[in-house]
Design a protein around this ligand. Sequence first.
Ligand code: XMP
Length: 511
Amino acid sequence: LVIVLDFGGQYNQLVARRVRECNVYCEIYSYKIDIEKIKEMNPKGIVLTGGPNSCYEEDSPSYSKELFELGIPVLGLCYGAQLMMHVLGGKVEPAEVREYGKTDVLIDKTESKIFENVSTPTVCWMSHFDYISRVASGFEVTAHTADCSVAAAENEADKLYAIQFHPEVLHTVEGKTMINNFVKNVCGCAGAWKMDAFAEETIKTIREKIGGGKVLCALSGGVDSSVAAVLLSKAIGSQLTCVFVDHGLLRKNEGDEVENVFGLDGPYDLNFIRVNAQERFYEKLAGVMEPEKKRKIIGEEFIRVFEEEAQKIGAVDFLVQGTIYPDVVESGLGGESAVIKSHHNVGGLPDYVDFKEIIEPLRDLFKDEVRKVGLELGIPEQLVFRQPFPGPGLGIRIIGEVTAEKVKIVQDADAIYREEMDAAGMNRTVGQYFAALTNMRSVGVMGDERTYDYAIALRAVNTIDFMTAESAEVPWEVLQKVTSRIVNEVEHVNRVMYDLTGKPPGTIEFE
Ligand code: XMP
């Protein structure tokens, strides 16, 4: 185990992912974690992340000197590096020249364990306004840049390493090598943690925990709940019941696709209940224009439908949630008092389901790791690599009132868009893309007829964390083909537009 102490940096999760990519298990904790807890866990290494503060200011996040005296290797990154120096008696000051972006780093100590197989100069990602003006005693400077005399420093005897740049981001070309060097050369981790072992062990643990108990799962067809359901099914077979609510706001054919995989004719041993609640949702949404109100209605109705099904089943012992690691971290920074975000597909946690305990088989995994487990388990690729899809579904991709007719229009347009992106090989290179139905109608001409029909908006964005995004460059030919197919094949559409807005100021979805 390697632990990452989070000091509020924007790349904290990336650090943990990079460590795991070295096949070393890693968890993130808040910098507030008690030293005794760290001692109990006895990690093989500790990584301190970056953060937005200045370590010499009074209320800045800090850690006691004892952390560096445990004999456990520590790697400080950016703020973490500055903090290490500050706490151990070095000096950190505001930099005259702030460095931001790709920077050439010159390595002074090429035989450093951290820089094994790293070239010099090497391109690294810098982002700092403070700098280490004097290293703490026992440290030697191991790298510098034109503007920064201490780009890296180390105290080899005490296994303390400070790096001013960000090896965890991909712009640091040899960053992966550096992190791999830290966990293998310095911490001595074997790198034996793998996904196939995860699936096998999890199935075994679940089986032991559940015994003869009954388990209920709300299946959305998204990758997280699908992988969770398959793990459970492999562990306990028909003791598991999955309820899949088709709210009529899914993408084209999606309900049938989910049923084909999880239903009676699918390969898995479980009880599958599909609730066709389309009409019920359309009725509730009739005449409602306001986005937040729509979201609320969809969320609440979803819970009600799920509860009704659960009541038919009666008391169960466990409720399965597809919570994944970013949900856990975002909800409480992991650590001593990790508040579990009640992960859900649409609204919230059901109030009236009679269960004793929640089980979350994926709560230690990142999304890409969940996908790997999904593939290991033999879940179809189209499900494993499914586009992120919001709980309220097409309800927030139809601006204004939702009707069955509008759902059909946006489903058909979106299916064409996805087909053509697939054909162009872009389905996995763009972060998220979809069609939305604007509430705008305009005049057009088709054949010799005047038309007055809807406009479809196409959106494609690239994003790292879905908090910010930029519009993706989809080739003109692809957009033209999609446009021509949509206006020709989808009734009631006579115009197609491409949304170039980033987030901020836009959001990814339209409502
Ligand atoms: P926005 O529109 O907020 O979307 O920029 C960011 C990401 O979150 C997804 N999204 C949702 N996912 N329930 C979900 O499960 C929701 O209510 C919801 N709203 C937005 C959206 O698809 C994008 O990936």
